[in-house]
Design a protein around this ligand. Structure first.
Ligand SMILES: C[S@@+](CC[C@H](N)C(=O)[O-])C[C@H]1O[C@@H](n2cnc3c(N)ncnc32)[C@H](O)[C@@H]1O
Length: 223
């Protein structure tokens, strides 16, 4: 499963950024709401982007913190190659081709962010990752995860996908819609309550869902 996720992103890295706005309703709000909700007020936070990919989440973060020192961690070399090009003029961005479930960190971060990545993990891995993120943050450090969220009720889950496909068809060809739908077989989105509960159990003192629409959700936590 994991190798399949990595291979899938390696294969579509160069095309990845092109149609994101057609896949995510309220694209800007989805990527901005977590950034704007951060309490951190110094100019140059140390940031870890989990599954940073082509650097989309980091680009929104840099909109608010242009001097942030960011580590982009991703197990797809090809996705990070696009990010390297995107940030080639920014010396504060560091790239690591690794799996974030096992990467041994000896640093601490002010902020940990993630966009559309953690839903690839199993339920146990998601729970373990919340504990890891808590351990990686400085006191009062903040985490947000702009990701997928599922419904506990199967009928509603199908309905959210049906409504999403209506949105997809406004901006994509039928082939592109079918390609996106088939890429979803690698997704393991978790219900809202379990995502909140993993964060609470890890020890975070503030835990909120900031946004939810169709299959997309943004979660915030402060240590
Ligand atoms: C859908 S992309 C999102 C990229 C970017 N964060 C964004 O918002 O556009 C998901 C990324 O997570 C990476 N990824 C998934 N599981 C990972 C893991 N266990 N360790 C490192 N990277 C992972 C994939 O390689 C891919 O680049």
């Amino acid at each position: 499963m994991v190798d399949e996720v990595q291979a899938s992103f390696d294969a579509r890295a160069t095309a990845y950024d092109a149609n994101r706005r057609s896949l995510i309703p309220h694209f800007d709000e989805f990527y901005r709401i977590g950034v704007e909700a951060l309490a951190y007020c110094d100019q140059s936070p140390r940031v870890l982007d989990l599954g940073g990919g082509t650097g989309l989440s980091t680009s929104f973060l840099l909109g608010r913190y242009p001097d942030a020192r960011v580590t982009l961690l991703d197990f797809s070399n090809e996705m990070l190659a696009v990010a390297r090009e995107r940030f080639k003029d920014n010396p504060n961005i560091d790239f690591r081709v690794r799996d974030y479930r096992s990467f041994p960190f000896d640093e601490r971060f002010d902020l940990v962010i993630s966009g559309l990545s953690i839903h690839h993990l199993t339920a146990d891995e998601k729970r373990e990752l919340a504990v890891r993120v808590f351990g990686l943050l400085e006191p009062n450090g903040e985490f947000f995860n702009a990701d997928l969220v599922s419904c506990e009720d199967e009928r509603l889950e199908q309905e959210m996908h049906r409504q999403l496909q209506g949105f997809l068809r406004q901006g994509l060809s039928e082939d592109e819609v079918q390609r996106f739908v088939s890429s979803q077989r690698l997704d393991r989105p978790a219900p809202l309550e379990s995502q909140l509960s993993h964060l609470r159990s890890a020890g975070f003192k503030v835990v909120e869902c900031l946004y939810r629409h169709l299959i997309y959700g943004v979660f915030y936590a402060q240590k």
